[in-house]
Design a protein around this ligand. Structure first.
Ligand SMILES: *Cc1c(COP(=O)(O)O)cnc(C)c1O
Length: 346
């Protein structure tokens, strides 16, 4: 089976498992797991941050960040299709008690003007304290629902700078920051330096089985540790999974550009099919979305699955494909042949 539903479906290979088996471990809630500490230090260094906190999932990393930067009753600004709002089970309102205010953008990328338009300033004639404080801007890079879109670095910097000018803190949902950096040809810290906190995921493109990391300055991470405990994210001998993440950092970062090439190849082939609506120019990393003309996405997915290719129907007529380290060049060719065959049949 060629599984193109998500880059979270990868399974650890023999070498990664060997690294996991050999990991030195301890009780991480007591700060005694040397492998977790090594991962936290290594990742924080890559991101140019003082400290890091290992957590079970990208969702938890984001939600701890939001809770750490805010108090209940505060406002946050995020793109209307941000992962933190679409796919995290209303956690910002349920766990942090914050009110999201939405930027309606093109593919998750916007400018400082959008932030400025939403920040409340004092208004003459209006009572002081009428509006909730706007505390946090959340940026997502790459933007998942935006089709794996990459923020141009100067736009990212300008938007973050404008937020900070208004006293906001800036969090980056960088679950896919590895892909963004690979596609933009800049180090991850070039984005991270504009943010107070960054969340990165080891279980997407990097192919580790479990884990994300939240990075920031020491005071931020100290406070975040409290909320990791509150949210039930304290793990014990977590070095077993941290070892897989360390292995992935060493072996699976450079190859991300291959996933991007594969996605572009899929997009170009799909664009040639009359039944498909896709703009291949917009496929920048390893995610691609396309629409089917007069066909149900679920039916299409079923027909592909019967021929050994799994795709993700994410709307009535919309399909998502994601390339990853368990999808080879031959798999890409095979998937293209299957799409051809399924769509030729009408
Ligand atoms: C996958 C993803 C997350 C959440 O990660 P989980 O580990 O699945 O909770 C957050 N943000 C983005 C952009 C993602 O793609």
């Amino acid at each position: 089976m060629i599984d193109l539903r998500s880059d979270t479906v990868t399974r650890p290979g023999a070498e990664m498992r060997a690294a996991m088996a050999a990991a030195e471990v301890g009780d991480d809630v007591y700060g005694e797991d040397p492998t977790v500490r090594a991962l936290e230090e290594r990742t924080a260094a890559i991101l140019g941050k003082e400290a890091g906190l290992f957590v079970p999932s990208g969702t938890m990393a984001n939600q701890i960040a939001i809770r750490t930067h805010t108090e209940p009753g505060d406002e946050i600004i995020a793109d209307a299709r941000a992962h933190i709002l679409l796919y995290e089970r209303a956690a910002p309102t349920a766990l942090a008690g914050v009110m999201p205010r939405l930027v309606h953008s093109e593919r998750g990328i916007f400018g400082g003007d959008s932030v400025r338009a939403l920040v409340h300033g004092p208004l003459p004639g209006m009572p002081a304290g009428l509006f909730p404080p706007t505390r946090l801007l959340c940026l997502e890079n790459t933007h998942n629902a935006g089709g794996g879109s990459v923020w141009p670095l100067d736009r990212f910097a300008e938007t973050a700078r404008e937020a900070r000018r208004h006293g906001l803190r800036v969090h980056c949902d960088g679950a896919r920051l590895w892909n963004a950096a690979a596609a933009a040809g800049v180090p991850e810290r070039a984005y991270a330096e504009h943010c107070d906190s960054v969340a990165v995921c080891f279980s997407k493109g990097l192919g580790a089985p479990v884990g994300s990391l939240l990075a920031g300055d020491r005071a931020f991470v100290d406070r975040a540790r409290r909320f990791r405990g509150m949210f039930g994210g304290g793990m014990r001998q977590a070095g077993v999974v941290a070892a897989a993440a360390l292995w992935a950092l060493d072996h699976n970062r450079e190859r991300l550009v291959t996933d991007h090439l594969h996605a572009r190849k899929l997009a170009a082939a799909l664009a040639a099919l009359p039944a498909v609506e896709i703009d291949p120019e917009r496929v920048e990393t390893n995610i691609l979305y396309f629409r089917l003309r007069n066909r149900a996405a679920a039916k299409f997915a079923e027909a592909c699955e019967a021929r050994g290719v799994r795709v993700l129907p994410i709307g009535i007529d919309t399909v998502r494909l994601v390339t990853h380290l368990d999808v080879s060049a031959a798999d890409v060719d095979r998937a293209i042949a299957v799409f051809d065959e399924v769509l030729a049949r009408g």
